[in-house]
Design a protein around this ligand. Structure first.
Ligand code: SF4
Ligand code: SF4
Length: 132
């Protein structure tokens, strides 16, 4: 193509970029923000183990566990979602919303673990014979 025609086409064709804050539509299968359902989560911590960029952190104690998500660290790779056997996490099919403050989109959820059943007192051994 003649360079002058190319330049003219580009000049007359207008902009093909999108002005901020508008964004182009997401493609099918887009992997966006991670979403968490504490009702389904079993507290296994596998998602945090699989997240090499520390987008998910998981703290656990005998009585509770805390699942936390930092989209600023997330690369949207989907490894956490693939590894969650309970299907407690998913990814949104759209780009994250605009945000203006650091940590604005962070999530954290603490779930209490069910208390273990109370320990039974050992029954006293029956007395055997007389003391000598
Ligand atoms: S892998 Fe799934 S079930 Fe396990 S802690 Fe993460 S979200 Fe919960
Ligand atoms: S999508 Fe990838 S980077 Fe983001 S939290 Fe899950 S494993 Fe981590």
């Amino acid at each position: 193509m003649n360079i002058l025609r190319l330049l003219l086409n580009n000049f007359l064709g207008g902009s093909i970029t999108t002005r901020f804050p508008n964004r182009p539509p997401a493609d099918k299968g887009f992997r966006g923000l991670v979403r968490y359902d504490p009702q389904i989560c079993t507290g296994c911590g596998v998602c945090a183990y699989r997240c090499s960029s520390r987008g998910i952190s998981f703290r656990s104690s005998r009585t509770a566990y805390t699942w936390a998500y930092d989209p600023g660290q997330c690369t949207y790779c989907g490894r956490c979602v693939d590894g969650c056997e309970a299907h407690a996490i998913t990814q949104e099919a759209a780009p994250p919303p605009l945000y203006y403050k650091r940590d604005e989109l962070n999530l954290a959820h603490t779930t209490q673990r069910p208390l273990p059943p109370p320990k039974k007192k050992p029954e006293a051994a029956p007395a055997t014979g007389e003391a000598k």
